[in-house]
Design a protein around this ligand. Structure first.
Ligand code: KMH
Ligand code: ZN
Length: 281
């Protein structure tokens, strides 16, 4: 079990509209301010979905905005910068591949198609393969997003077909409680962890909505790392909206510290994930 905890913040996602939830950080300035506060509180990695303030803050995969966002975050923080290649459920596969051109440290790589509420989150195996190989070529470390138990088997197939990721480490993240994916229960999480191939060097977990806290506690107890943020949950407590992503980070820092698994530094996070040195400051 790792002595310290990697805390990932996923501050916005692609599903919530700014008009419905104004505290969602969607401009570059808001994202940078969020990243700085979360880093100071103990986060080591930021999982980023870029939005377009000139288009109602809708999700965008515009290459210029992606590159500028990565650069702004890199100049302002030491966080590991992970761009989402999942995008929104409406993004075409070809555009999702171009995310790597923005040269993030890490990219998400979802290991299978699933129902995503009333939509389909499309991740056919040939797309996964293409993304994986391109990430290897561009020296970007993938984080395997596992929304279901079958995704563990698909990741196994990917590693068998193409070898280890850039950097040699294999980090996975269980995203539980999406309507259509694995439930946000201790039993489902433990089943997923027990299936992980031996190549996996670290794992984290998150629970959508009301599974946020139980999955964080279960992951800590089982030796995993944590992901929190407004992408996954909008309520800090029953009936109480979260006002800033740092609230979620601070809460899990307290829990992890009490459980003798304090947050890891950004230097430790870089070593854990095997990311390439791209820092500019
Ligand atoms: N927005 C979801 C459809 C990822 O970032 O890679 C997909 C998602 C996963 O959020
Ligand atoms: Zn995401």
């Amino acid at each position: 079990m790792s002595a310290s905890t990697l805390i990932t913040v996923a501050p916005s996602g692609a599903e919530t509209a700014k008009a419905d939830f104004p505290q969602l950080p969607t401009t570059t300035e808001e994202l940078v301010e969020t990243a700085q506060r979360c880093e100071a509180a103990g986060a080591g990695l930021i999982h980023v979905h870029v939005r377009d303030p000139e288009n109602d803050h809708a999700p965008t995969l515009d290459p210029v905005r992606l590159r500028d966002t990565v650069q702004a975050l890199r100049e302002a923080t030491d966080l590991v910068i992970q761009l989402s290649t999942g995008g929104s459920v409406h993004d075409p596969l070809e555009s999702r591949l171009t995310v790597l051109e923005a040269e993030p440290d890490s990219c998400s790589l979802t290991c299978g198609t699933l129902n995503f509420g009333d939509n389909i989150f499309l991740n056919p195996f040939p797309f996964m393969s293409q993304l994986y190989v391109q990430a290897q070529e561009r020296e970007v470390v993938p984080e395997f997003e596992l929304f279901d138990l079958g995704h563990v088997a698909a990741m196994r197939r990917l590693i068998d077909a193409h070898g280890l990721p850039f950097g040699g480490k294999v980090h996975v993240d269980f995203v539980t409680n999406v309507p259509g994916g694995m439930p946000g229960t201790v039993e489902a999480l433990v089943a997923g962890v027990s299936m992980l191939p031996e190549e996996v060097t670290s794992w984290s977990a998150t629970g959508i909505g009301r599974a946020h806290l139980p999955i964080a506690a279960a992951a800590l107890a089982a030796g995993g790392h944590l992901r929190v943020g407004m992408e996954d949950n909008l309520l800090y407590a029953r009936g109480q909206q979260v006002q800033h992503n740092v609230e979620f980070v601070e809460r899990v820092v307290d829990i992890a510290t009490a459980m003798q698994r304090p947050p890891m530094s950004t230097t430790e996070a870089r070593e854990l994930l095997g990311v390439k040195e791209r820092r500019t400051r």
